[in-house]
Design a protein around this ligand. Structure first.
Ligand code: SF4
Ligand code: MG
Length: 325
């Protein structure tokens, strides 16, 4: 049986006047039915671009998907235009940091939630409006029957975020992608929206891809985690075992510099040195200039593939076994 989603060797580059930026370099990960996968990385690790590539919303030019596969129930989206049209925006939807830019100021919130239902489910105005109210209840927007005719500017930031989630859920997606969905909100509201997402994922049984740089959010909400560095997934596995015993020196470094990862709002404190520029990624292992386990002649020459190291665990390190022990 195939995975719900399997991404293999996905690459995205941006062709700029300053040269080529390799934002995503052979990203691979899997997502199971009804699971929450966190894609964890510092800014510039390629996590948002990966999500945008899944949804087919990379600005092109300058951005281009230059290789790889995005398999949905086993079929490659990148090789099938018809399938792309059916999946993106319907079976796989996305919410963003900034709800204001996702909502159109000139239409009511209810009208926008109902839009997909009119287009894809051929619902009438009345039916789709009634369903929009139900969806607003689902995402816990109080007083939905009255607020369905409000405009986005009449909503608070947190309520707009909920409205955007309602839009994304209208067509019962199998996968919801959330790119730093709470970063723009107050801390209290952040926690509420994250709780809502967790609850919806569980109750609706959909799979959730959570793009984040917040270790606390990962431990609280995600089942599995894919850690990204320099446009690659360098480690993937279930959250508890990855955090307890990392199989990659980068993850290990994050854990050592962050002894208490159970608190929400904990940001990644990068380990010594800086991540490479994506237009000048080091040869071999991209982490080798910062890695305490680095072996010259191997690490600075051969790029380590993401490989199984324990049941359910994969690492892109030549010496993963040493890191694990
Ligand atoms: Fe460090 Fe080498 Fe592993 Fe890269 S492959 S993480 S440089 S030990
Ligand atoms: Mg981002």
């Amino acid at each position: 049986e195939s995975e719900l989603l399997e991404v293999r060797d996905l690459s995205v580059e941006f062709r700029t006047t300053h040269g080529v930026v390799n934002a995503v370099n052979g990203v691979s990960f899997t997502l199971g039915r009804g699971e929450t996968l966190a894609i964890l990385g510092e800014s510039g690790s390629g996590k948002s671009v990966t999500a945008q590539a899944l949804m087919g919303i990379i600005d092109s030019p300058p951005g281009f998907v230059t290789g790889g596969e995005i398999r949905f129930h086993g079929a490659d989206l990148l090789a099938d235009q018809q399938l792309q049209k059916r999946v993106r925006g319907q079976s796989m939807t996305m919410i963003f940091q900034d709800a204001l830019s996702a909502l159109n100021p000139v239409f009511t919130v209810g009208w926008q939630i109902a839009e997909q239902l009119r287009v894809h489910r051929k619902m009438s105005r009345r039916e789709s409006r009634a369903r929009a109210i139900e969806l607003m209840d689902l995402v816990k927007i109080p007083n939905s029957a009255a607020r369905v005719d409000d405009y986005p500017h009449q909503f608070s930031g947190g309520m707009r975020q909920r409205a955007m989630i309602a839009m994304a859920l209208a067509l019962d997606p199998e996968i919801l992608i959330a790119d730093e969905p709470t970063t723009a909100l107050d801390v209290t509201v952040q926690a509420q929206v994250m709780d809502l997402l967790e609850e919806l994922q569980r109750d609706l049984g959909m799979a959730l891809i959570l793009i984040t740089h917040d270790l606390g959010v990962v431990t609280d909400v995600a089942h599995r985690v894919a850690v990204m560095y320099a446009g690659r997934v360098i480690e993937q596995g279930d959250v508890a075992s990855v955090f307890k015993n990392p199989a990659h020196p980068y993850t290990e470094g994050l854990m050592t510099s962050m002894p208490r990862v159970t608190q929400k709002g904990q940001q990644l404190i990068p380990i010594k040195g800086a991540p490479p520029s994506l237009s000048r990624i080091p040869a071999g292992c991209p982490f080798h200039p910062r890695c305490p386990y680095m072996r010259p002649g191997t690490c600075d020459v051969d790029p380590p593939p993401l490989r199984p190291v324990l049941p359910g665990r994969r690492s892109a390190c030549h010496f993963a076994e040493e890191v694990l022990s």
